[in-house]
Design a protein around this ligand. Structure first.
Ligand code: GRF
Length: 201
């Protein structure tokens, strides 16, 4: 059983999805033991309701270095082995990433390397692409640039706006992220350079 911490800044629907999957039983190989947030957000409320350990510190007030120190202390006290970024709106320091290298996943609402950074769904719409999608990738020191674990395309339909496209992207996210976390927890992801091989269990 891999002990996982989730980091979020917003709605936390992906976080909630991971919790649901865990609660449904069915033998998931991970256990979410901690949520870290950098601001007050709905995700924090979900953690409180679920009775989950919550690291809630305002990064805007204390700075990111202090935020990371506090989080890492709590993560180590809880025996966290892997970290999932699910709508976490901050850049992590190279030292933080080094301390969990190869064990941090991020979910991004585009087919990377297209449209990294903020507002990926708006970027895709403004660019006029016919297909966008979802990427789950390992986090390294580059912005949304680490080795890709899972990707799935989502078509852009005539008349789509940000809300309608985001809704269809979320449906895919809620399936892809739990799948990637299961693979990480079962040690079925092997990274060679930029290539991630999925080892069949
Ligand atoms: C998702 O679209 C994710 O890809 C991006 O932030 C959003 C988080 O959504 N990184 P939620 O907070 O999980 O609902």
């Amino acid at each position: 059983m891999m002990r996982i911490a989730v980091l979020a800044s917003g709605r936390g629907s992906n976080f909630a999805r991971l919790l649901e999957e865990q609660a449904a039983g069915g033998g998931v190989p991970y256990q979410i033991v901690l949520l870290g947030v950098d601001r007050n957000c709905p995700a924090a409320e979900t953690a409180r309701t679920a009775g989950l350990a919550l690291y809630s510190a305002a990064a805007r007030l204390i700075g990111m270095a202090e935020w990371e120190r506090g989080f890492l202390a709590q993560a180590s006290a809880l025996g966290v082995e892997g970290i999932v970024l699910a709508g976490f709106m901050r850049i992590l320091s190279p030292q933080f990433i080094a301390s969990y290298r190869g064990r941090i996943l991020n979910i991004h609402p585009s087919l990377l390397p297209a449209f990294p950074g903020r507002d990926a769904i708006g970027q895709a719409l403004r660019h006029g692409v016919r297909q966008t999608g979802v990427t789950v990738h390992f986090v390294d020191e580059t912005l949304d640039g680490g080795p890709i674990v899972l990707q799935e395309a989502v078509p852009v339909l005539a008349g789509d706006d940000e809300a309608s496209l985001a809704q269809r992207i979320h449906v895919v996210e809620h399936r892809l992220l739990p799948q990637a976390v299961r693979l990480l927890a079962q040690h079925e992801l092997q990274v060679t350079g930029r290539t991630v091989t999925i080892l069949e269990g």
